[in-house]
Design a protein around this ligand. Structure first.
Ligand SMILES: Nc1ncnc2c1ncn2[C@@H]1O[C@H](COP(=O)(O)OP(=O)(O)OP(=O)(O)O)[C@@H](O)[C@H]1O
Length: 524
């Protein structure tokens, strides 16, 4: 069959909802092409309009991951569409043959399909029917998006081809907002792509109920079961990001370009992972955990691992968005309690095992730099106080305590000496004059310094001061000695001879546990 006197049809490739696709030869240009012939009655204006729009839409796109459209027209009362021939199979066929695809393959599909979608979105075109059957794979495995048959221009409401209440698209991949009857958007395509990727990984779409209506409700209300809970060996980063594509709110999903970049840079391998944004409610609660800067760098994280997209400038895709999306989606929509819990736990565990967001990384690095600077600039008391405030506080308190005790000894020891022994042991202290306050002060010191009392350990820690007191006393007789001696003589007259005959060597003060020595304090 020669179509439009140019395209010779060789054989049917397959049949879809709008037409049958044939392998053909363009006899003018001498190349192989695919020709789609519109099925049914040309009088079906809606189908004809859709077919025409597919041609016009696809013709605007020129991208390696989008099936190219070469020609469009009417022939023998039928419309035809001439496309780039993709000599491979659709991902639906690939999936049927394999059951499920490996992470490496799915990541490639994600990067390429998302790149093709991003190109369409830049043109203001939404595909609206992303599904495995519309993702074609050539012999090299390169993915190309085909069948823009129900696509429409985002900014052209008049081009909408669906009547009120009618939803075009497959329920298995339909975004929640579309299930609610809201307009399709670029984010709707991202959601559908997320469903496809999920199915490629697990062998089944995230939502699949006994009826399309129930499936649509699941898209709206139910959180998807994390693929790893379905037995898929998947890097946590991949899973977390994929769940972000399935966020219930369109604005919580990454853009197609971000998805393309994220998978294209290999971030899905788990070398890096998005972290929640502080403004996120759930993330804020997570942020109550120890600050990122205090965490040691995680193996494979941005701190230690190879560069990732997170280190790109602000023009790079925002890495935190998918994780935030997953959190927000589950937080705001709840959905199936069990699944929501699984998803949240998965995201949380992924977050806790990866600390590679650019912000935390920068914080950690800058924090480390500050610490290093402090060390380099002297490592003195100030630096120590900053680095180990608690230890510094304890040491400072101990020093202050010792100083206070020494000061107390210095103040009160003359009286104790005078009262205690009268042997000149504490003359140095008595020379300072406190003795004028008389025995009461000495008595106070004696009691607080007595062995067995609470402060005893502190007093016992002071012996090193005693010899110095002794030496000072020996060398510098005080003018107060005269009065002191007089007082001693008066005491001699009243005190038992036994006390007068007690010349005590200096160590007795420091021993503390000598009953005889302390006996004098106790008596006082
Ligand atoms: N450019 C192409 N090159 C090679 N095969 C193609 C091409 N376009 C479509 N096909 C194949 O032709 C078959 C029919 O495709 P078509 O797009 O018409 O239907 P569909 O996408 O399966 O269903 P629907 O149109 O309802 O979405 C599919 O197997 C598809 O893989």
């Amino acid at each position: 069959m020669l179509v439009a006197e140019r395209y010779r049809l060789h054989g049917s490739i397959g049949r879809g909802g709008m037409g049958e696709v044939w392998q053909a030869t363009d006899e003018v240009l001498g190349r192989e092409v695919a020709v789609k012939l519109l099925l049914g009655d040309e009088a079906d204006s809606a189908a004809a309009a859709r077919f025409r729009l597919e041609a016009q839409t696809a013709a605007r796109l020129s991208h390696p991951y989008v099936v190219a459209v070469f020609d469009f027209g009417a022939w023998d009362d039928r419309f035809y569409l001439v496309m780039e021939l993709v000599e491979g199979q659709s991902l639906a066929q690939e999936l049927t043959a394999a059951g499920s695809l490996g992470t490496e393959r799915v990541a490639t599909v994600a990067a390429q399909a998302a790149a093709g979608l991003a190109a369409a979105h830049r043109e203001g075109i939404v595909h609206r029917d992303i599904k495995p059957g519309n993702l074609l794979s050539d012999p090299q495995g390169t993915v190309k998006i085909g069948d823009f048959g129900i696509a429409r221009f985002v900014d052209d409401p008049a081009s909408a081809l669906t009547t009120a209440g009618q939803i075009v698209g497959t329920s298995l991949y339909l975004a929640p907002e579309r299930a609610l009857g809201r307009p399709a958007s670029a984010a709707s395509d991202v959601y559908s792509l997320g469903c496809v990727l999920y199915q490629l990984l697990t062998g089944r779409p995230p939502f699949h109920a006994e009826s399309a209506t129930v499936t649509l409700h699941q898209h709206i209300d139910m959180a998807p079961v994390p693929p790893r809970e379905r037995g898929v060996q998947l890097p946590p980063a991949f899973e977390n990001y994929l769940l972000g594509l399935l966020a219930k709110q369109p604005e919580d999903r990454p853009t197609a370009q971000e998805v393309a970049d994220w998978f294209g840079t290999g971030a899905w391998r788990g070398l890096a992972e998005p972290l929640p944004v502080a403004s996120d409610t759930r993330s804020a609660s997570l942020s109550a955990a120890p600050p990122y800067a205090s965490r040691p760098p995680q193996p494979g994280s941005a701190e230690t691992g190879p560069p990732t997209m997170y280190r790109l400038p602000s023009t790079a895709p925002q890495p935190a968005q998918p994780a935030r999306s997953a959190h927000q989606a589950r937080a705001t929509h709840g959905g199936h309690a069990t699944h929501a819990g699984h998803a949240a736990n998965s995201a949380h565990s992924a977050h806790s095992s990866h600390s590679s967001s650019s912000t935390p990384s920068r914080r950690a690095r800058s924090g480390g730099a500050r610490a290093g600077a402090a060390t380099r600039t002297g490592g003195g008391v100030g630096a120590m106080a900053r680095r180990r405030p608690r230890v510094f506080g304890i040491l400072a308190g101990a020093v202050l305590f010792v100083l206070a005790v020494l000061a107390g000894m210095k103040m009160f020891s003359p009286d104790t000496t005078a009262t205690e022994t009268g042997n000149g042991l504490k003359d140095g202290s008595s020379s300072t004059g406190p003795e004028s306050t008389g025995a009461p002060a000495a008595g106070t010191v004696a009691r607080t310094g007595a062995p067995g009392s609470t402060p005893a350990p502190g007093v016992n820690a002071e012996p090193p001061a005693s010899p110095s007191f002794t030496e000072t006393a020996a060398d510098t007789p005080s003018p107060a000695e005269t009065e002191e001696e007089k007082a001693k003589e008066e005491q001699k007259e009243q005190a038992p001879p036994k006390q007068e005959e007690q010349p005590q060597p200096p160590p007795q003060y420091g021993d503390g546990d000598d009953d005889d020595d302390d006996g004098g304090y106790g008596d006082d």
